[in-house]
Design a protein. Structure first.
Lengths: 202, 481
C-alpha cells in the first residue's frame, strides 16, 4: 500500500507540475512536450486505479496522435505566441474571477459530499470478477452500449465529412492519381524497346 | 429482450443514418456532376419521408437499448415535426445555394446526420444518449453554418458557433459527470429515483449537476442568458441554413429539455421551476426589446426566435399536462411560422444577389401584393394576433401558466407579446405604406410553395385546430408529470 501511495503522489505531483509548465513555458514546443509528460503521469494514475486499458488508450491516442498533431501545428503554423500571451494577461482578471467562482462551487460540492455522503453505490456497470478491465469493457461495449457506440461512430463520421466539406478544394490542372489507369497499364504501353546501335547511344 | 425489437423501435433513426451514408457514397461516386446537389437533395427528402413513414408505423411506448432510447407518443410527435422541418429546409436550400455557387451534395447529407442527432435527442432516456445526440446535431450544425466557406461572415458564424458550442458542451458534460457521481446512474429513470429520494432537495451535487445540464441545454435553445451567439450566427450563416437552425434543432432541444426535466428530475420540480421561469422571462424580455433596433431581417428573426423560446418555456414552467400540451402545439405552430418567414426572406432577392435589410421590403405591397400579404400574415402570427395560428400557440401556454397560478409569468409574457408586436408591425408598415423600391426577382417555385403553405396554415388553423390539439394531448400524456 505504501508503494502505491508513493507512486500516487509521484504521478500526481509530476502531472500537476507539468500541467502548470504547459501554461508558463515560453517556447510552445516545450509546452507540448510538458503536455506529453502530463499525459504519461495521468496514464500512471490510471494504472494505479487498475484501469490499464484507459492508461494504454491515453498513451496511444493522446500521446501518439493528439500531442504529435499539436506539435506539428505548433511547428508549422506561424502563430505569434507573444501576442496571444498579451491578450492572456489583459483577460486574466476575468478568467481568475470565473475560475474562482467555479472553485468556490467545487469546494461547496466537496462539503456536500461530507455532509450528505450518498456515494455511488449503484455503479452502472461494475467490473465483473475474474476478468481484466479490458475484457470487461469489451464485453459491454458492443452489447449493452451498442447504441452509444454507434452514435459515437456517427459523430466521428460528421467530423470527417465536415473537415472535408470545409477544406477540400478541387483545383483545375492538378495531376491526380488514377488507380484504374495505373492498373490498366500493360507492357505494350509502358515499355518501349529501342535498338541502340553500338557506339551511338540514344 | 430479443434484438429484433430493439432495432424496430429505432427504425426511423436507422433509415436516416443508413440513408445518409448511402447518400454520401452516391454523392461521391454515383451522381453525375451537373445535377449532383439537386439529386442529393431530393434523395435526402425521400429518405426523410421514409423515416417519417417508419415513424407513423410505431405505436405505444417502447424502451430499448437498456432504456437509453425511448419511443413514445411524445417523442414521435416531435420527431415528425423535426423530419418535416429538415425536409422543408432542404427544399428551401436548392435555389439559394445554387446561385451562391455553394450547392454541394454534402449539405443534404449533413442535414440528414443532424436530423439523426435530433431524433436521438428527442428519444434520449439516458445522459449518454442525450450527449451523443446533442453533439451529433451540433457538430453537423457548426459545419452547416460555415458552409459557404469563401464567405467571411459564414466562416465567422461557424467559428463563433463552434467555440461557444464547445463551451456549452463542456458545461453540460460537467453537469452530467456530477449527476453520475452523486446518483451512480446515467439513465433518466435512475436519476428520477435519486431526485425523488428523501434529502434530494438538499443534495447540492444533484442540484449543481442539474444547473450545469440546464446551462448546456439553454445554450442549444438559445435562451437568455446563453443567447449571445444567436444573432451573429443567424446573420452569417447561409439563409436556408438559418431557416434550418431556427426550426428543427430548437424543437429537438426543447423536447429534450422537457424530457430530462420531467422524466429525470420530476422530484426536483420546485428547484428547477424557478430556473425555467427566470430563463423564460429573460428570453421574452430580450426577444421583445433587443429586436426593436434591428435593421437586418435575419438578425430580427434571431431575436424573435429567442423571444419564442421564452414563450415555449412558459409551458415547461407550468409543469402540468396542459403545459406540455401547450409546449407541443407552440413548437408545431412556431415551426410553420418560422419556415414560412424564412421562405419570404429567401424570396428577397434582386438581380445582383440577396438582400437582407428591412428597408428593402419598402412598398412590397405595390410590387408583389401576394408576398406582402403572406409575410404580413406570418409576422402578425409570430406576434400572436388573433385569429392567426400564433395567437393560439401563445394562448395554450399562457392558459397553462394561469392554471398553474404563475400569474406574474403569464402577465409578463402577454406584455412582451405586445412589445414584440411593435417591431413586427413596423415591417408591415414598411411593406404597405413606404415608397416602393424596385421589385424582387422571380421566386423559386419551392420557396413559393413553402411560403404559400405556411401562409395558409397560419390563416386557416383557427378553422380546424382539432387534429393538432388531439395529437398534442395524446403526446403530452407520455411524460411523467
Amino acid at each position: 500500500m505504501a508503494l502505491t501511495a508513493i507512486f500516487f503522489y509521484l504521478f500526481s505531483t509530476l502531472a500537476l507540475a507539468s500541467g502548470a509548465a504547459v501554461i508558463v513555458a515560453k517556447n510552445p514546443v516545450h509546452a507540448v512536450l510538458f503536455l506529453i509528460l502530463a499525459f504519461f503521469n495521468a496514464a500512471g494514475l490510471f494504472i494505479l486505479l487498475n484501469a490499464e486499458f484507459l492508461a494504454m488508450l491515453l498513451i496511444i491516442v493522446y500521446v501518439g496522435a493528439v500531442a504529435v498533431l499539436f506539435l506539428f501545428v505548433v511547428m508549422m503554423l506561424d502563430v505569434d505566441f507573444a501576442e496571444l500571451r498579451a491578450g492572456f494577461i489583459k483577460n486574466a482578471p476575468v478568467g481568475l474571477l470565473v475560475g474562482g467562482v467555479v472553485l468556490a462551487e467545487l469546494i461547496a460540492l466537496l462539503g456536500a459530499r461530507v455532509i450528505a455522503p450518498t456515494p455511488a453505490s449503484s455503479v452502472a456497470s461494475p467490473i465483473p470478477q475474474g476478468v481484466t478491465n479490458t475484457e470487461a469493457l469489451g464485453q459491454i461495449l458492443y452489447t449493452k452500449y451498442i447504441y452509444f457506440f454507434q452514435g459515437a461512430g456517427l459523430v466521428l463520421l460528421v467530423a470527417m465529412v465536415g473537415a472535408i466539406v470545409l477544406t477540400l478544394r478541387h483545383k483545375e490542372g492538378v495531376k491526380r492519381q488514377s488507380i484504374a489507369a495505373q492498373v490498366a497499364r500493360g507492357p505494350k504501353t509502358a515499355v518501349e524497346l529501342v535498338k541502340v546501335k553500338p557506339g551511338q547511344g540514344l | 429482450m430479443p434484438e429484433t425489437t430493439s432495432f424496430a423501435a429505432a427504425l426511423p433513426e436507422i433509415i436516416l443514418a443508413a440513408g445518409a451514408m448511402g447518400l454520401l457514397m452516391l454523392g461521391a461516386f454515383g451522381f453525375s456532376d451537373g445535377e449532383k446537389s439537386d439529386r442529393a437533395g431530393w434523395t435526402a427528402i425521400l429518405i426523410l419521408f421514409a423515416a417519417g413513414v417508419a415513424l407513423l408505423g410505431q405505436t405505444g411506448t417502447e424502451r430499448v437499448f437498456n432504456d437509453a432510447f425511448i419511443s413514445d407518443p411524445f417523442a414521435r410527435f416531435v420527431k415528425l415535426l423535426v423530419l418535416a422541418g429538415s425536409a422543408t429546409a432542404i427544399l428551401l436550400s436548392f435555389d439559394d445555394l445554387r446561385r451562391a455557387k455553394a450547392d454541394r451534395y454534402e449539405l443534404p447529407v449533413l442535414i440528414l446526420l443532424a436530423t439523426v442527432g435530433m431524433l436521438m435527442m428527442v428519444s434520449a432516456g439516458d445522459l449518454l444518449a442525450l450527449y451523443l445526440g446533442l453533439e451529433l446535431q451540433s457538430l453537423a450544425l457548426y459545419v452547416l453554418a460555415a458552409f459557404r466557406r469563401d464567405d467571411v461572415r459564414s466562416s465567422e458564424a461557424g467559428m463563433k458557433y463552434f467555440v461557444l458550442g464547445a463551451l456549452s458542451s463542456g458545461m453540460l458534460l460537467y453537469g452530467a459527470s456530477l449527476l453520475y457521481g452523486f446518483s451512480g446512474t446515467t439513465s433518466f429513470a435512475g436519476l428520477a429515483q435519486a431526485a425523488s429520494a428523501p434529502g434530494a432537495a438538499t443534495n447540492l451535487g444533484l442540484i449543481a449537476g442539474l444547473v450545469f445540464l440546464l446551462v448546456g441545454l439553454a445554450f442549444k435553445i438559445s435562451a437568455v442568458p446563453f443567447h449571445m451567439w444567436t444573432p451573429d450566427v443567424y446573420e452569417g450563416a447561409p439563409t436556408p441554413v438559418t431557416a434550418f437552425f431556427a426550426a428543427a434543432p430548437k424543437l429537438a432541444a426543447m423536447a429534450l429539455l422537457a424530457r430530462v426535466l420531467f422524466d429525470g428530475f420530476g422530484g426536483l420540480f420546485v428547484q428547477w421551476q424557478k430556473i425555467v421561469i427566470f430563463i423564460a422571462i429573460a428570453s421574452m424580455l430580450l426577444g421583445a426589446f433587443a429586436a426593436i433596433g434591428q435593421t437586418n431581417i435575419k438578425r430580427l428573426m434571431a431575436y424573435s426566435s429567442i423571444g419564442h423560446v421564452g414563450f415555449a418555456l412558459v409551458g415547461v414552467a407550468a409543469g402540468s399536462a396542459a403545459g406540455i400540451e401547450g409546449l407541443l402545439i407552440y413548437l408545431a405552430i412556431y415551426l410553420v411560422m418560422t419556415l414560412g418567414a424564412f421562405a419570404c426572406i429567401l424570396a428577397m432577392r434582386r438581380e445582383n444577389g440577396p438582400v437582407e435589410e428591412i428597408d428593402e421590403l419598402a412598398g412590397l405591397a405595390e410590387t408583389n401584393l401576394p408576398m406582402a400579404f403572406i409575410l404580413a400574415m406570418l409576422l402578425l402570427s409570430l406576434a400572436g394576433v388573433p385569429p392567426l395560428a400564433g395567437f393560439f400557440a401563445k394562448f395554450y401556454v399562457f392558459a397553462a401558466a394561469m392554471k398553474a397560478e404563475l400569474y406574474g409569468l403569464a402577465i409578463i409574457g402577454m406584455l412582451t407579446s405586445v412589445v414584440s408586436l411593435f417591431y413586427y408591425l413596423r415591417i408591415v408598415k414598411v411593406m404597405f405604406f413606404d415608397d416602393a423600391k424596385p421589385g424582387f426577382s422571380a421566386t423559386a417555385p419551392y420557396v413559393r410553395f413553402v411560403m404559400i403553405a405556411a401562409g395558409l396554415f397560419v390563416l386557416l388553423y383557427a378553422v380546424y385546430p382539432a387534429p393538432l390539439v388531439e395529437a398534442a394531448t395524446a403526446a403530452a400524456k407520455s411524460l411523467s408529470l
